[in-house]
Design a binder for this molecule. Sequence first.
Ligand SMILES: [Zn+2]
Length: 246
Amino acid sequence: MYAFLLIVIIIVVIVWWRAPIIGTEWSKQTLYVGLLDAWYGGSIDDRAHALWIDDDSTEGVFKVKKIADEVGIQPCFAVIADRMTSEVADSLAAWQQQGAGIVLHGYRHEKWWDWTEEQIKEDFTLSYLRLQEQGFDTTRIIKMAVPPHGCNNRIIRRVIQQQGLQMISGATLVNPDRHVFQLGRIPITVDTDTAAMRRLLQKAYEQKGFVIFSTHSSIPPIFSEEKTRHILQMAKEMGFDFDFYK
Ligand SMILES: [Zn+2]
């Protein structure tokens, strides 16, 4: 037992220090966050929660809003502060007033890999100012950040923590609960196997987990309106609590 724990500790330490060097971005972050989650243990939430975050704030947001209204949930948008058309920005600001979530996703969606702490902080400052200019209520921005391109390293984590935010990492997993710092997401794309998704959701529901769905309505070839609607409906019917902001 102790030997096993020691091995886990060693792996965690190695992955922690070497991230983001080992393997591909996807598997490395999933392994890394997964190990942290294993260490963290079970849920301290009283029920299962779900959140849907759509990335990149392009024209696709109109499809997202339509699906969210049909399913009867509030969507959440990871916005690129300085790269929205006025039509998209005006709509998102109005939907925010009606309860939709807004999450920061980089001022201009640049890669943060080699950035200094100061540069990343500046990106946050510029994002808040730009969103204010466009009519968003920056006091109600969701307390999470989605680093552009799934970037994840110690400097990025430190800045996000200093900002008082949770971090949406590039990990593909269900979170133990809503309180872990590094969160993973479950993507919904044209290739998603809905039967496998049902099994995953059932398990997550029983464990009172926190599922964050991710979509890229900004990339039409991989975005499936039909599957997204179907899976969100499924999660809602299972009893996941989508009222994350309350
Ligand atoms: Zn993005």
